[in-house]
Design a protein around this ligand. Sequence first.
Ligand code: 8X3
Length: 253
Amino acid sequence: MSAKRVAVVTGASSGIGAATARALSHQGFHVVCAARRMDRLAELADEIDGEAVELDVTSTASVQALAGRLARVDVLVNNAGGALGTELVADARDEDWETMLATNVLGVMRMSRALLPALEASGNGTIVTVTSTAGVGVYEGGGGYTAAKHGAHAVVGTLRLELCGKPVRVIEVLPGMVQTAEFSLNRLRGDQQKADAVYAGVDQPLVAEDVADAIAWTISRPPHVNIDQLVIRPIAQASNYKVARNGSVGGRA
Ligand code: 8X3
């Protein structure tokens, strides 16, 4: 069994996941970097002397295969997820909603279910789930994503109740506007101009490292301290609706 504490990070191939893998490695964890894109993962794992494992959180078999190769797990960071599309509910595309629910909600359930025995056996386990401010609020054009993040938020709350009395902390980190290379680009179907417009004129949107730092902080609290929920936004964003751009305050891009 690894002498180092072991952290599993899903969606580790880029953005918040990759930054979190680095942050936890700096905290002394052996980090299992899990995602679908093995080329990127291998580079990251090399850099932080961790481990790269191919994982598709939408597949029970894939999740079970990962769980089966881990002798020790102290921390699980459920980060895999994302948004697809900005259509109104009236124009919703089934496949987008199905993918968002499969990754953001079922993925959290599958990973938590599969790693719970090891997390409990560690004596001081921690599950951090990265949801979103979209998990506690709604906005036009965000129906599928907000539904998925509300779902993940509900799973986390349920899990905290179910694990009460067991040595596993259940933490939720809810980021607001975070500028990463892929989040808005994926949501906007690869349109870089539209993706850039989401952050245009905003003075310092959060970056992946800001959120990773917050995640690592929650994990580094003493084991009896459970940060139930941590909402993190840039100072320029007061709500999903209210963003300061170029000195004036307006809505979403
Ligand atoms: C991302 C935040 O405002 O785009 O999780 O829904 S928002």
